[in-house]
Design a protein around this ligand. Structure first.
Ligand code: NAP
Length: 286
């Protein structure tokens, strides 16, 4: 579909944003559907958020994705926020309504999608490395999946405390405990799921791992190691886990599924998930 005077605008805001893979994934889906939309990345600094979304309303943007550093800051700027996004305390998808901008969080659905296909997680224990924005969606996802215990490990005591406090009053009531990094050796043997929610191992820090081989060796043989990072594939963590015979998941499916859930909201209909996944794989392997 050519871009013309009737083309509708979707996009993603963040800072930095040039690395975002969302335009690749969403434009592949829009092309396949043959709809008159285009999806663009907009660099928006923290101090420009309110002006940006007021401008988006003025020029008729239909909807947009949100990434660092706006996922929490956008909450007070929205007319309505879904119960799920309120429970997580972060929004990653916004769309236009007659009342103004509405927001939700599709990271939770994206995170749990590949886990749901593996087995029932009721009564299981999750170990989450890192306590940033993504960790909030993971804790919410684990609560939805029926985990009995979610242990979050972080490197800064005050940030861990704030993370725990952030759930006070949440209807989710996750079975959460927070721990300093040093206690990992005692937590690893009890974990059914180990999630990396730190940037350690990302393409900019490829070769790094949040868990060295001798730590991973403490994991149970049936533990699943889930790295939210999607490039490189595999990360050092997943390569080590694989060498040890552990089941692994990377962050690509989460990226695809959170994007598919967002696009389904904007277009109010089904979206070609396989096309979105393939577009990302092709882009990463180019
Ligand atoms: P974030 O809000 O910046 O949080 C990062 C967390 O990692 C913080 O707790 C941070 O601790 C910790 N950390 C950073 N460097 C560390 C180090 N050297 N040692 C130990 N801990 C360290 O980031 P985020 O949004 O949660 O994202 C985390 C990761 O998930 C990123 O790699 C991101 O790409 C990935 N992600 C993937 C998807 C997907 O769809 N697959 C979605 C969201 C995020 P401090 O606070 O002490 O710095």
């Amino acid at each position: 579909m050519p871009i013309t005077g009737t083309t509708q605008l979707l996009g993603v805001i963040g800072d930095p944003i040039a690395h975002s893979l969302s335009p690749v994934m969403h434009n592949a889906a829009l092309k396949e559907l043959g709809v008159d939309y285009v999806y663009v990345a907009f660099p928006v600094a923290a101090e420009g958020l309110a002006a940006a979304i007021a401008g988006f309303a003025a020029i008729g943007v239909r909807g947009f994705s949100i990434t660092i550093p706006h996922k929490q800051a956008i909450l007070p700027l929205l007319a309505t926020v879904t119960a799920e996004a309120r429970a997580v305390g972060a929004v990653n998808t916004v769309w236009r309504t007659e009342q103004g901008w509405a927001g939700t969080n599709t990271d939770v659905a994206g995170f749990i999608a590949p886990l749901k296909t593996l087995k029932s997680w009721t009564g299981s224990t999750a170990l989450v490395l890192g306590n940033g924005g993504a960790a909030r969606a993971i804790v919410a996802g684990c609560a939805q999946l029926g985990f009995e215990s979610v242990q979050v490990v972080g490197r800064r005591a005050e940030a861990l405390e704030a993370f725990q406090q952030g759930w006070v009053g949440s209807p989710l009531q996750p079975p959460l405990t927070v721990h300093p990094w040093e206690v990992l050796p005692s937590l690893l043997p009890t974990a059914d799921l180990i999630v990396n929610a730190t940037p350690l191992g990302m393409h900019t820090a490829a070769g790094q791992t949040p868990l060295a081989a001798e730590y991973l060796a403490l994991a149970q043989s049936q533990a699943v190691v889930y790295d939210l990072i999607y490039t490189p594939r595999p990360t050092r963590l997943l390569a080590l886990a694989d060498q040890q015979g552990l089941m692994t998941l990377d962050g690509l499916e989460m990226l695809v599924q959170q994007g598919a859930a967002a696009l389904a909201i904007w277009l109010d209909g089904p979206v070609p998930v396989a096309t979105m996944r393939q577009a990302l794989v092709d882009w990463l392997e180019r």
